[in-house]
Design a protein around this ligand. Structure first.
Ligand code: ATP
Length: 310
């Protein structure tokens, strides 16, 4: 459905994209995962034709999307980060307006607007002005406007920022349904739990470059951090830490980057073993993958990483 190749974009001396590739098939959800400023918005803005790339190509269903923006815009639905619904129009009018822009015939617009409102929990609010909706309701409407015309390629730029847990779960469910019905979806986020809930193909972007791609399990397998962590009552003498290949990762907490039996650890600690407070096997997760691939943590700046129901 989408093949983007070699995209570059600079804003002055900021290199927002440095030769990034992305392809998405019909029915597939790709989660574009990256820290603030990684280049996610720039990438989807270029794919949507809202921004010109310095170089690179965007092919949609086999045609050059950058050369035929009209044709491309009919296939694409995009919900940018900032909510963009019309406050004076009702929920129904907003949905029908965006469906109309995408060329959906009148009768079909009415049906689709109702359908989307129902699926996003807005059915009782169809006749309310969008300006009088809560923030979470506006978020849902904003997303609804991007997909009311059943785009072949749906792009959602951090759609759950500022949304409560229920709204997040509702959006995630709708995105999954939309893909199941055949749309290709690109979903940008820095919330790891959403990526897992979407069961998406994960693309890791950092500093304008794509650094990894795969399902959660594939990435975890590729970048699995083997080993154990153990905590002592006091700091270990350097000589013992070196003997065990143990690296300090916290106050009196050490990591050994291989699986060693507890017996071997205790033997290695010798008389200090009675100071051992706890041993933990390292559990591979997406956060550790992100750390291994980009060298930086995703959750440092992510204070809203709440549980998402599916
Ligand atoms: P976030 O998660 O914060 O939304 P992002 O991954 O979407 O980040 P982009 O918005 O694509 O990142 O930004 C990539 C880089 O380009 C950043 O360094 C950003 O400051 C810079 N940038 C983006 N838009 C502009 C602009 N209009 N002018 C100058 N620099 C820009």
């Amino acid at each position: 459905m989408l093949v983007a190749e070699g995209l570059t974009k600079s804003y002055g001396n900021v290199h927002a994209l440095r030769g990034a590739d992305l392809d998405v098939e019909a029915g597939q959800i790709v989660a574009l995962l990256g820290k603030n400023g990684a280049g996610k918005t720039t990438m989807i803005s270029i794919i949507a034709g809202l921004l010109m790339a310095d170089s690179g190509t965007v092919t949609l269903d086999g045609f050059d999307a950058q050369k035929d923006l009209d044709r491309a815009s009919k296939l694409i639905g995009i919900a940018p980060q900032l909510t963009g619904v019309y406050g004076v129009l009702t929920v129904r009018e907003n949905l029908e307006f965006f469906a109309n822009l995408a060329g959906v015939p009148r009768e079909q617009r009415t049906i689709e607007a109702k359908n989307v409102a129902e699926r996003l929990g807005l059915a009782d609010l169809l006749d309310r002005a969008a300006g009088k909706l809560s923030g979470g309701e506006q978020r849902r409407l904003h997303t609804g406007c991007a997909l009311v015309h059943k785009p072949k390629l749906l792009m959602l730029d951090e759609p759950t920022v500022g949304a409560d847990v229920a709204t997040r779960a509702q959006l995630i469910d709708f995105v999954r349904d939309t893909a199941a019905e055949g749309s290709a979806v690109i979903y940008t986020t820095h919330y790891l739990n959403e990526v897992e809930a979407l069961d998406a193909d994960i693309v890791i972007i950092d500093d304008g470059q794509i650094l990894g791609r795969g399902t959660r399990d594939e990435l975890v397998d590729q970048h699995r951090m083997q080993g154990i962590e153990f905590t002592m009552h006091d700091e270990l003498p350097d000589s013992i830490a070196q003997q065990l290949d143990a690296v300090a990762v916290g106050p009196s907490t050490y990591r050994v980057s291989r699986q060693i039996p507890v017996g071997e650890l205790i033997a290695g600690l010798g008389p200090l073993s009675d100071q051992l407070l706890g041993v933990e096997t390292l559990r591979p997760d997406l956060e550790s993958v992100f750390l291994a691939v980009t060298g930086g943590s995703l959750t440092e700046s992510d204070d809203a990483d709440e549980t998402v129901g599916t």
